[in-house]
Structure formats: structure tokens, C-alpha cells
Design a protein around this ligand. Sequence first.
Ligand code: HPA
Length: 285
Amino acid sequence: MKKKQFSRQDFQNAADFIARNTRHRPKIGLVLGSGFGEFAEAIEDADIIPYAEIPHFPRSTVEGHKGRLVIGRMEGQTIMIMQGRVHFYEGFSMEEVTFPVRVMQAFGVETLILTNAAGGLNPEFRAGDIMMIEDQINLLGLVGNNPLMGPNDPALGPRFPDMSTLYDRRMRELAANVAAETGLTLRRGVYVGLSGPAFETPAEVRMLRALGADATGMSTTNESLVARHGGMRVLGFSGITNEAIAAIDTPRVTSHEEVLETGKVLVPRMISLLRGILGRWHEVV
Ligand code: HPA
């Protein structure tokens, strides 16, 4: 497979372009997954940059993903928000999928918060729950599609990065404290990243459960790996938009409409959690 190889200079060019188009210099990055784009509307002093204008930046093709950077302030912190992401299933290479993370790294972002819509595998999870990602299974990577494959630039990160704690312990503690304080039930578990775009068959759902996964989705694991490789702290949340179907002939189906519909219920919960985290950010710097 022939694919485009980005260089450190490409990341830097995109980061410099962003720097020229915003007054802010955030050290916090946030990726808003399917349905959560609304969070970015609440940001103050926003500078907005469409992905289409940023050199090499991939543009999302999926409904529910807006495709712009929103940079501004919230709860006293400056933050760079990706309102929408691109996915491997859209036909982008792993390098393209994770290009924005490298650009954030070049820009000086030190902590990346990832959000996604996910199917609940854990039978105790309900649509509308939020799961904090404690660990991940990058099923795509395990079968040969790891975003860190290819030549390694040691200036970006090590050839063989440790992933024994991918999701930052202190950030997770902060999130748990904020959730407890605001009365939000925060589920915790393992996120498994698949390619999609088809939702899982019941046999696959049972397999994923047996592997130890609690939620399943089509994003996040690639971005988190690249961010951690680049030395960032990573935090992740899955909005459980549907309960994965574990038995054939169940009289209901999974649809993108359902995912977006439940996403609406999840938005205020996700917003209050993220706001609470930003409000107590001083505890983790
Ligand atoms: N499976 C995979 N990805 C998803 C799901 C699901 O059930 N729901 C939302 N994203």
C-alpha cells in the first residue's frame, strides 16, 4: 500500500498556520466525537479555523462532525477544540487520521482529551451513560494497522513507546472527583477501537466482551496512541449511545440516527463533566 508520509515539517507548517490565525496558545486539546460538537459553541473569545484552510488537515465526511478548530477560553483555561474528526473507515490512512494530533503536539498542546460515541458492551451500561476510558484495546493495531507503524522520527517520540499507562492517572482521578462532586455517574472501563463502518455482529459483540472490553467504537485508539507517543497526557470519555446487541434476532437494530439521538441526551452531561474538569485544571498542572 502506497501512502503519504508526513514529516515533522508538515506538522509544524500546519501548527504555524494555526498560530497565525489565533490569539490563543492553548496547552489543552479536545476532540469532540459524533454528536458532541455543541460543546464548542460555549467557548469564549473563539477563533474558528475550518479544517479545509489548514495545510494537509483531513476533512470529515460524516454527519455530526463539523470540521473546524475552535480555539478559545472556557472555565479560565485556553483550549483547542477539534469539532469533528476523521475516521479510518472514511478511507483516510492512519497517518491522516492522526495528523491533527501531531499538529497539536507541534503547537505545544500537552494534554489531549478525547471523546467519542460508543456502543456499550458491558451489560450494566445503559444508553446515556458516560464511560471514562481507563485503558484501551486497539484491535486495529493488533491486526497490523497501528498508527505508529512506518519510519519513526525520534524527535516526535520513541520507536517502542511504553503504553502501560496510556490514560493519565492524575487526569482520571480529577475526572472521577469532578463526577462525584456533580453527582454524575461515571462508568469506567476498557474501550476497544475497531475500524467500522459496520456495527458489530452479535458474535463480535460477545467476542469483544470476552476480550475484556466495556465499550466499542470506531475512533480514539489511534489518536490516543499517537498522543501518548508524542509525550502528551491523555484522557478519554465514551458517550454510550447504544447498547450493543449480543444476540441474533433481537427485535431492534443499531443505527447512526440512534447514535446521534442519544448523543443529544449525553451532550449536557458531557459538557458539565468537561467544564468541571477545566474548572479544576490547576490541580493537575
Ligand atoms: N459500535 C461501534 N461504534 C459505535 C457504536 C457501536 O455500537 N455506537 C457508537 N459508535
